[in-house]
Design a protein around this ligand. Structure first.
Ligand code: PMP
Length: 376
């Protein structure tokens, strides 16, 4: 039977307790949300939703075509200027998702004959970029500039690029960006970093991890971001030197063959950036909430990774234990993320908590109490 092998896989998944299911979220969910990536609480901010509505009314519901045909509106151009300016880079290019931005950056900057040095903890979209790229990939130890240096040292070929998340999405730990950049510079290699979890949270007023590391505007650094986390919208972007961005316009397949970002998403992201400029304290507040969550969870005897940004990761005893723990939290009114194999490469299951800037003292207290009371 066609697709018969799918049933075998499904059976294996069921017996391992690893089946994933979709749970539609009602618009008025009563749950306290520590599961989303809405770090600054902007997805429902009236100025952000109005930015989306205004853009849709002005430009239409869809972009109507790929960016090189009809899909580049003045709004896209304005968003690109604003993103580049906010984060301190020469130019930016907007994509329909952060995933597409990562595929673009890695594939376009790692041509045939090149070396890609990839951190073992990188996000799936960077890994897929490595798989699609024509260059050769070497996976190196997590957050280890010395390992990057060693990989570059053995390379006697042409171009080389190191790729890393700035904040790792599972444990919320930060990459040693300045040291990575130094290692790359010694070998004339480029550095591509994915700041999906850094933009809006790290750096001056949320200008991101590369800005915090003194790498903004560097000619050998390229940054990818998503518009779907701190900015509360949807979409992604690549930031970097203008010559790199021009190269992506001409060479990146997920840019050329994809329909442009929906105007509403661009309008929402622009409104969120305006808010970030006006209220720079939101970034620091997200970091403070993360620190507070970590301190209280640790005091309650739970094993939580010290957060470098707004992701707080709590160790669970087993995949089944993690699933049950998250379900019990949900029954008690708290939504938390649940990461387990195969989403986590090291096989350690976790609850993943989002330290939203708009969480109040009472909500933080309630979240920690529920997590403590439901621990398996
Ligand atoms: N990079 C990282 C580190 C992410 O966590 C995500 C989203 N889960 C992405 C890229 C993809 O971004 P998007 O959701 O905008 O496609």
């Amino acid at each position: 039977m066609a697709f018969g092998w799918i049933d075998e896989q499904a059976q294996l998944r069921r017996s391992a307790g690893l089946v994933r299911t979709l749970r539609p979220r009602p618009a008025d969910s009563p749950l306290l949300d520590l599961a989303s990536n809405d770090y600054l609480g902007l997805a429902r901010h009236p100025e952000v939703t109005e930015g989306a509505a205004r853009a849709a009314r002005t430009w239409g519901a869809g972009a109507t075509g790929s960016r090189l045909v009809t899909g580049t509106t003045e709004l896209h151009a304005e968003l690109e200027r604003e993103l580049a300016d906010f984060c301190g880079f020469e130019a930016a290019l907007v994509f329909s998702s952060g995933y597409a931005a990562n595929l673009a950056a890695v594939t376009a900057l790692a041509p045939h004959g090149s070396l890609i040095v990839s951190d073992a903890g990188n996000h799936a979209s960077l890994i897929d970029g490595c798989r699609l790229a024509r260059g050769t990939t070497q996976v190196v130890a997590h957050a280890d500039p010395e390992a990057v240096r060693k990989a570059l040292d053995t390379w006697d070929g042409g171009a080389a690029v190191a790729v890393s998340d700035t904040v790792f999405s599972v444990d919320g730990d930060a990459a040693p960006l300045a040291a990575l950049a130094r290692a790359c510079r010694e070998y004339g290699a480029g550095l591509v970093v994915d700041d999906a979890h850094g933009l809006g949270v790290l750096g001056d007023g949320g200008r991101g991890a590369p800005h915090a590391a003194g790498l903004a505007g560097a000619e050998d650094v390229v940054v990818t971001v998503t518009l779907s986390k701190s900015l509360g919208s949807q979409g992604g972007a690549v930031l970097g030197p203008a010559r790199v961005i021009d190269h992506l316009v001409n060479a990146a397949r997920t840019f050329i063959f994809d329909t442009g970002l929906a105007p509403a998403a661009a309008g929402a992201a622009l409104a969120a950036l305006t808010l970030l400029r006006r209220e720079p304290e939101r970034a620091a507040r997200a970091r403070a909430v993360a620190g507070e969550l970590h301190a209280r969870l640790t005091a309650a005897g739970l094993e939580a990774v010290r957060p470098d940004a707004a992701v707080v990761s709590v160790r669970a005893p087993s995949p089944e234990g993690a699933v049950r723990w998250a379900a019990d939290c949900r029954s008690a009114g708290l939504a938390v993320g649940c990461f387990r194999p195969p989403s986590v490469p090291d096989g350690i299951s976790r609850l993943r908590l989002t330290a939203r800037a708009d969480l109040g003292e009472g909500q933080i207290e309630r979240a920690v109490r529920v997590i403590g009371e439901t621990r398996p």
